[in-house]
Design a protein around this ligand. Structure first.
Ligand SMILES: O=C1OCCC/C1=C\Nc1ccccc1
Length: 474
């Protein structure tokens, strides 16, 4: 009954109101409109292109236009505008001539590509000259790719930081895929957003508690199990035992999950008492006896992150002993580790890891959880994602279309036929048809209602992999 989140599955309604009137506003005898999408720059110098495939499969692929949807849209827009502006004839043409399949061609850089900003990432053009008005109708929907793209980018930039510290202070990078765990489900604006953003994080990592990321990755990116998690406590499962019962609560965690990793939030009352006297003394034998069959992951969840992490590690080092690894940094025994899931973001990671390094701790002793900063504290301006018309055919003449506001030259758009090519082994966007179409890295992913390319998460993960993993001796 209430299946559709937005209250509709009618594609004709998935746009901005003003676009419903745009078919009347182009020059007479316009037959082609081509537009492109780019990041104009922003917080990160590159973007990981990810998430267009979700939008295509969810909304645009197949016979998505029907007489019923046209009727519904016509009625809604009549009430919404108080007049008849809706392009009923144009939509009926799509049903009659194209059987409801959208006469559009979308070319995009392969998903997972890591592209410096200010490069064309995808283009949209109409394939039927009568449907010039269709190209920009779906800008609204297509530009929402800013979200998965920006999450994947932010996540990858954190992977680079963690990899750097593992490279400097750990024996290997084997645990890297599990070093940044998605805690962000509850902080997302909707279940759908959590699925999309959670899947974007899984381009770079394999640790998540955002379960809908698994189902989104499976349905739209062909990955059966895109992420993993472990048994873990929350405050309620500790505090219900009462302050006097914290040791019992902790002991229960070890008993109920005797092998493998188990995480236990330990700051309900006094993290120092928990580490020093409970984990490090009263339950020490129970922790040690797990050996390399089971790892206790202690979770602080409050205080100044870098101070807390190092102080917890120092206490655990005192209690359980330490060894020094091949890089000269301290390691705890395999049965005890730490996860910091409070206050983690691209901005705070480095200071925590640097402080650990200054205190001679290997980065391998700590994992991170991130929520709001990972999936929510981003917007379309973080990477200045924009969609603009670059080319048109009007009266049979090619037109290189552009904007170049004197009030903000940063908003100048690319003009003419665009290609994305490798030039001196770097991405370069060629404008005004100056490129070589045979070298264009943009691939046709959608054409006349059909999905032409279907990228798997594994191929996307490979494309997005960071250098330090590809070339560990760099
Ligand atoms: O604190 C949390 O906030 C919300 C999301 C989940 C969560 C913790 N989960 C967890 C998973 C694996 C190891 C440790 C904790």
């Amino acid at each position: 009954r209430f299946a559709e989140a937005a209250g509709t599955d009618n594609l004709l309604l998935i746009t901005d109101s003003y676009k419903v009137t745009h078919h009347l506003q182009y020059p007479p005898n316009t037959t082609t409109i081509c537009s492109y999408f780019e990041s104009r720059g922003g917080k990160f110098p590159y973007t990981v292109f990810f998430g267009l495939q979700y939008i295509l499969k969810r909304w645009l692929v197949g016979p998505v236009v029907t007489k019923e949807k046209i009727k519904e849209a016509k009625d809604i827009y009549h009430l919404h505008f108080g007049q008849d502006v809706f392009n009923e004839e144009g939509w009926n043409y799509i049903v009659e001539v194209h059987k409801g399949y959208l006469p559009l061609r979308i070319k995009a850089v392969p998903e997972g590509s890591v592209v410096p900003t200010r490069n064309v990432l995808f283009t949209v053009e109409n394939t039927d000259p009568k449907c010039y008005w269709l190209t920009n109708y779906f800008e609204t929907l297509l530009v929402q790719v800013w979200y998965p793209m920006t999450v994947a980018t932010n996540s990858r930039c954190q992977k680079e930081i963690i990899a750097k510290y593992l490279h400097e202070t750990a024996d290997n990078l084997n645990q890297l895929p599990f070093k940044l765990h998605d805690f962000g489900f509850r902080g997302c604006t909707s279940v759908e957003a959590a699925g999309i953003g959670g899947a974007a994080h899984l381009v770079n990592f394999q640790g998540t508690d955002t379960i809908v990321a698994l189902t989104t990755a499976k349905k739209y990116y062909g990955c059966k199990t895109a992420g993993f998690s472990i048994p873990a406590a929350e405050h309620s499962t500790i505090t219900t035992w009462g302050p006097e019962g914290e040791k019992e609560a902790f002991k229960n965690m070890l008993d109920k999950f005797p092998t493998g990793l188990v995480a236990c939030v330990s700051d309900s009352y006094n993290i120092w008492n928990a580490c020093e006297n409970i984990w490090g003394d009263q339950l020490k034998d129970a922790v040690v006896s797990r050996g390399d069959k089971g790892t206790l992951v202690i979770r602080p969840d409050s205080g100044e992150p870098k101070e807390i992490v190092v102080k917890v590690l120092n206490i655990l080092g005192e209690k359980f002993g330490t060894t020094v690894n091949s890089k000269g940094y301290k390691m705890l025994p395999p049965y005890v580790r730490v996860i910091q899931g409070d206050g983690i973001s691209y901005e705070t990671l480095s200071e925590i890891l640097e402080f650990m390094k200054e205190n001679l701790w290997s980065a391998d002793m700590l994992a991170f959880g991130s929520g709001g900063a990972l999936l929510q504290r981003l917007d379309r301006d973080t990477q200045k994602c924009a969609f603009k018309c670059n080319y048109a055919i009007i009266n049979g003449m090619e037109v290189n279309v552009f904007k170049d506001p004197i009030t903000d030259r940063g908003k100048k758009s690319k003009r003419g036929k665009l290609t994305l090519e490798l030039h001196n082994n770097e991405y370069k966007t060629f404008e005004e048809g100056s490129g070589d179409p045979s070298k264009d890295l943009l691939e046709v992913v959608f054409e006349n209602g059909h999905l032409v390319k279907d990228y798997s998460l594994s191929s996307i993960r490979n494309a997005a992999e960071i250098d330090l993993v590809k070339n560990p001796n760099k």
